[in-house]
Design a protein around this ligand. Structure first.
Ligand code: TMP
Length: 219
C-alpha cells in the first residue's frame, strides 16, 4: 500500500510498450494539478542502481547467471526503496516508478523460468513490504514492442539491448506472465491497451487514477 502521505504508482510492460512516454505524461498531469512528483526507473535511481544497470543491460559479453541477475535487480531495488522511495513517500510526494517488483516476476520468473516462490520471496525482501498503490500495465504485442525498441536502440539508445536480444518466445512468456499477474491482482494491476494512440492511452490512465480517487488534490 501507499506509505506516509505519498502515493506510489508503477508502470509495467514488455520492451517498447510505451511506458516511458506515458509515465512522462502522467507526471505532467499530476504537476499541473499541484502534485509534487518524483519519477524513477528500475534498475536505477541511485548511484549503485545506475552502475548495476549498466552491468545488467550491457555486460559486454559475459553471460549472467539467472540467479545473479535476480539478485542484482533486487540489490538495486533495496537501495532505491530505502534511500529514495520511502523518504519521498514520507514527505508526501507522488512517486512514479518505471518498473518494480512485477518486472522481476515477469522477466526472471515467467521469462527465465526461475521458481515463482523464490522470486516472490526475493521481491518481498528487497521491497521490504512496499507495494504500489496502483500499477499500470501497458499491454502490447511483444513483436510490435520489440520493433519499436530496436528503432530506439539503432537511433543510439546507449547499448542497453541485452533483453531485446532475447528471442521472441522469451518476450511472449513475459507478456503472458504480466497478464496472469493482472488477473490475480485486478484491484492493483490495471491493464491498458498499448496499441492505441498515445493521447487515448494517457486519457485512460488518468481516468483510472481519477476513478480510484488517487489525485493529489483529493489526498
Ligand atoms: P527499461 O528500463 O528499458 O525498461 O530496461 C530495463 C530492462 O530490465 C528491461 O528489459 C526489463 C529488465 N528487468 C528485469 O529483467 N527484471 C527486473 O526486475 C527489472 C526491474 C527490469
Amino acid at each position: 500500500m501507499g506509505e506516509g502521505k505519498g502515493l506510489f504508482i508503477t508502470f509495467e510492460g514488455v520492451e517498447g510498450c510505451g511506458k516511458s512516454t506515458q509515465m512522462e505524461l502522467l507526471k505532467g498531469w499530476f504537476e499541473e494539478r499541484g502534485g509534487r512528483v518524483l519519477a524513477l526507473r528500475e534498475p536505477g535511481g541511485t548511484g549503485l542502481g545506475e552502475k548495476v544497470r549498466a552491468i545488467l543491460l550491457n555486460p559486454q559479453g559475459e553471460v549472467i547467471d539467472p540467479f545473479a541477475e535476480l539478485f542484482l535487480y533486487e540489490a538495486c531495488r533495496a537501495q532505491l526503496v530505502n534511500n529514495v522511495i520511502r523518504p519521498a513517500l514520507h514527505k508526501g510526494l507522488t512517486v512514479i516508478c518505471d518498473r518494480f517488483t512485477d518486472s522481476t516476476l515477469a522477466y526472471q520468473g515467467y521469462g527465465r523460468g526461475l521458481d515463482i516462490g523464490a522470486v516472490l520471496s526475493a521481491n518481498a525482501l528487497a521491497a521490504k513490504g512496499l507495494t504500489p498503490r496502483i500499477t499500470i500495465l501497458i499491454d502490447c504485442d511483444p513483436e510490435v514492442g520489440l520493433r519499436r525498441a530496436w528503432k530506439r536502440i539503432e537511433a543510439g539508445a546507449m547499448g542497453e539491448d541485452r533483453f531485446e536480444r532475447e528471442d521472441i518466445s522469451f518476450h511472449r512468456r513475459v507478456r503472458d506472465g504480466y497478464l496472469d499477474m493482472a488477473k490475480k491482482e485486478p484491484g492493483r494491476i490495471k491493464v491498458v491497451d498499448g496499441s492505441r494512440e498515445i493521447p487515448l492511452i494517457h486519457k485512460e490512465i488518468c481516468d483510472i487514477i481519477n476513478s480510484k480517487r488517487l489525485g493529489p488534490y483529493v489526498i
